[in-house]
Design a protein around this ligand. Structure first.
Ligand SMILES: O=C(O)CCCC[C@@H]1SC[C@@H]2NC(=O)N[C@@H]21
Length: 291
């Protein structure tokens, strides 16, 4: 696409052969990889596969998305070869006897985007050698700016007895340049690993490390029946969460807003907020760090 600000063929493509090495990680759920040069949204692709009965473990990766989805109905920009855009299919409600994974009740599913956030911090810290943290629930912050986002979407089962599948989508800005960065509606600055001074921006190892880390945490969490405390996931999340202990403004899904101190994360992954009007537990919100 000559003339498009998003086309940059100097950026090396992802290698399906190199990425497939992440699929054989022994504890992971990954079964199949699809790598697309372009798609509308990897979350939409995986949701469609889930509706067609695809088993757990599909990984869809795209070099570019034309209609990437963000949280709360927003869009997500995925310029060609400049980031990681991936979605995975998880079926936590189905027991897996050979792995000794019991079925996780749907009340526990809220931890999946937080799990992906922990995996993002681990892989970015290790490979890009940057200090990374999470703004609750799962915005990856590098130097106080957003570098990645996570969108988990539920796909209802085929019958009321069948638990929903979860599409877990991760978008990471790797080599985006300043003119390619989108504006964040809450005023949060946005960055990429390259702009933040990453030691390495090779996307194959980054994505492999990310898939391994998600697989590792998913195995621990599933083995513990979806219990974030027993699996150690809650502690791992708290260790990298930049929100707890801060003064924050929470923009609520109903348009309301609360200002107070974030004091903790409960066993369901909800944020505790202490405000002058009392204590609140938030399942979803856009959080702005004030101090
Ligand atoms: O708003 C956010 O912060 C969440 C952004 C999630 C973007 C990723 S990119 C891969 C996957 N496919 C999508 O359409 N969205 C997610």
């Amino acid at each position: 696409m000559p003339g498009s600000p998003y086309t940059d063929l100097d950026r090396p493509p992802l290698s399906a052969a190199r990425l497939r090495r992440a699929l054989v990680f022994p504890h992971g759920p990954w079964t199949r990889l699809e790598l697309h040069a372009e798609t509308a949204s990897t979350n939409a692709d995986v949701a469609e596969a889930a509706r067609s009965g695809e088993p757990e473990g599909l990984v869809v990766v795209a070099e570019r998305q034309t209609a990437g989805r963000g949280r709360r109905g927003r869009t997500w920009q995925s310029p060609a070869r400049a980031g990681i855009a991936t979605s995975v299919l998880l079926r936590p409600g189905e027991a897996v006897a050979e792995r000794r994974w019991p079925a996780v009740p749907p009340t526990g599913y809220g931890w999946l985007p937080l799990l992906a956030g922990v995996a993002l911090v681990e892989s970015v810290t290790r490979l890009a050698e940057l200090d990374a943290a999470l703004k609750w629930p799962n915005d990856l912050l590098v130097g106080g700016a957003k570098c990645a986002g996570i969108l988990a979407e539920a796909v209802p089962g085929g019958s009321p007895a069948q638990p929903p599948a979860i599409v877990l989508g991760i978008g990471l800005n790797v080599t985006l340049r300043v003119h390619e960065l989108p504006e964040n509606p809450t005023g949060l600055p946005v960055t990429s690993l390259h702009l933040a001074g990453a030691a390495a921006t090779d996307r194959d190892p980054l994505l492999r490390a990310l898939l391994r880390s998600v697989a590792d945490w998913y195995d621990r969490w599933r083995t513990a029946g979806g219990d974030a405390v027993v699996s150690g996931l809650r502690d791992a999340y708290l260790a990298v969460c930049a929100t707890v202990g801060r003064e924050v403004r929470a923009l609520l899904p109903d348009g309301g807003e609360l200002t107070g101190t974030a004091t903790g994360i409960d066993p369901d992954g909800q944020l505790h907020l202490v405000t002058p009007s009392g204590e609140h537990r938030l399942a979803a919100a856009d959080v702005v760090h004030l101090r």
